[in-house]
Design a protein around this ligand. Structure first.
Ligand SMILES: NC(=O)c1ccc[n+]([C@@H]2O[C@H](COP(=O)([O-])OP(=O)(O)OC[C@H]3O[C@@H](n4cnc5c(N)ncnc54)[C@H](OP(=O)(O)O)[C@@H]3O)[C@@H](O)[C@H]2O)c1
Length: 291
């Protein structure tokens, strides 16, 4: 059976690793902060001292870290993956990064004779734990085919999207939807609450129309009382809005709302809301009205 390495055991990487252990894979793990590997170790993962050593012990190495700088460092830095390369090894990057960075990283990795794919995902740790993510995969078709079985155990839907950079371009468009939906719900809930109307009534009517979403039917009810457990931090969504704006600038795509969303999430992170779930943007929006 393919030996899998996971580098980055934040909220998403940990859940993916726990699921892969559940379905019987041998999992080798590295995280910069070692305490975050405890749950995986208890479940049978082998905790390893460096990305290089994970690579030496794994056929497929999954990277799940914050941003492109971290991905590059994990692959090419001191004791990086590339130093542990061996025949048949493949690196797949699940982190959300700029498609331009993916293209550069993919080329550098391929120049080293190592297989590479980008596999950004939709869905958080709460679905990753049950293998129910949605994967968008780009890279060479033969590499995809070789590891398709593992992608199928991580995700309930896997989209193969061809050329390098495509998956990340679509992932950024997806996260723009997430950012906007959380904002429009937060502002709708604030508007009704300030008007003295129960926000649940707004949701009840919204959810009986064409304009309902998974978020308005689910997390929105928890947003009203700030009860959402963090699955994807507001700071990471702010990071993605930076990436979305950078990627848009690089192809002359004018996205006025993406610029405004970046400012709102950025101000919220600066005001101390960065570590909570991204839907906690409602607390920041409601606080603005308290002034
Ligand atoms: N959570 C979700 O729902 C979700 C869904 C889809 C995609 N994503 C993407 O998946 C990635 C991970 O998300 P997450 O929610 O797991 O984030 P997280 O809980 O904040 O974890 C971030 C991970 O990145 C590592 N990291 C950050 N900077 C690093 C660096 N310079 N060098 C090495 N490691 C570094 C962290 O290591 P330390 O523990 O040492 O800080 C940690 O393992 C992000 O790109 C995110 O946008 C997340």
């Amino acid at each position: 059976m393919t030996k899998i390495g996971i580098i980055g055991t934040g909220m998403l990487g940990e859940a993916v690793g726990l699921h892969l252990l559940d379905v019987g894979y041998e999992v080798n793990v590295y995280n910069r902060t070692k305490e975050k590997t405890k749950k995986l170790e208890q479940k049978g993962a082998k905790i390893i001292e460096s990305p290089k050593h994970v690579a030496e012990n794994s056929d497929l190495v999954i990277i799940v870290v914050k941003d492109a700088e971290a991905v590059e460092n994990i692959i090419f830095g001191d004791l990086g993956i590339i130093l542990g390369k061996h025949d048949g090894m493949c690196i797949v990057d699940m982190s959300t990064i700029n498609p331009n960075s993916t293209k550069e990283i993919s080329k550098r990795v391929s120049d080293e004779g190592v297989d590479y794919m980008e596999i950004p995902v939709m869905g958080g740790p709460n679905v990753a734990i049950n293998g129910k993510l949605v994967i968008m995969a780009s890279g060479k078709k033969e590499i995809f085919k070789k590891h398709e079985k593992i992608f199928d155990s991580i995700a309930e839907k896997v989209f193969y999207l061809g050329d390098t950079g495509t998956a990340h371009s679509i992932k950024l468009a997806m996260n723009l939807q997430i950012a906007m939906l959380a904002l429009s719900l937060s502002e709708g809930l604030t508007l009704t609450k300030k008007a003295g109307i129960e926000p649940e009534l707004f949701l009840k009517i919204l959810n009986s129309t064409y304009f309902k979403t998974g978020m308005s039917e689910g997390k929105a009810y928890k947003m009203i009382n700030n009860e959402v457990e963090p699955t994807f931090t507001l700071a990471n969504l702010k990071k993605d809005l930076d990436t979305i704006n950078d990627a848009a600038d690089s192809i002359n795509a004018e996205l006025p709302m993406a610029k405004i969303a970046r400012k709102v999430y950025s101000d919220a992170a600066d005001a101390g809301f960065g570590d909570i779930d991204y839907t906690g943007i409602i607390s920041y929006i409601m606080k603005l009205s308290d002034k």
